[in-house]
Design a protein around this ligand. Sequence first.
Ligand code: CA
Length: 229
Amino acid sequence: MIRILLVEDEQNIANLIKMNLEMDNYEVVWSADGREAVELFKKERFDLIILDIMLPSISGIEVCEQVRLHDTAIPILMLSARGEPKDRIKGLKTGADDYLSKPFILEELLLRIEKLLQRSIEEVKGELEYYEFGNNHIDFNLYQAKGPKGEFKLTKKEVLLLRLLIERKNKVVSRKEILQAVWGYDVIPSTRTIDNFILMLRKNFEIDPANPVFFKSVRGVGYKFMEES
Ligand code: CA
């Protein structure tokens, strides 16, 4: 089920959007407050955010900034009564992926949401089947790998984690993104679980697991797969 966080303080507009998205089989969580929306975002898993700019407590721009600190990938569609180019530019600069001015045509909103979701699904899917780094090999289809100590089997979660880190090579992947990509909706493990997975990857792929070259920790944020190109 695709989950959308709808941040909009005007109840009529929120109801209209929510109702129509639900008719299209999306699950919608509605928040009328910027600060609350950030809290919801941190606690739950969403696939897309619809974000009004003028909100009580903190503005949509600030919400967008906060979200982007934790997650650079989630699609954000900004909504605003202010259709001025400078607001649009500010929104896009803060990390929104798309922008729609009120009043908008509902059909256009739905189309844009569909497009954004499609784009993010394609980005996650990836084409990676086989990968080599250092003296390591990974076969993503056969769930097999070879490291300094020889060949070994990979679990599905290890494959998902490796794929995510490698596809985002040399970029930080946050713990939250790892949780979403590898564990999805059902179970929310502790961050310790992720750490253990990383330790295991180091044990299998690093020549000196205590001084990793490929699977780096980024303190307070997450992990990074490093490889010189
Ligand atoms: Ca508003």
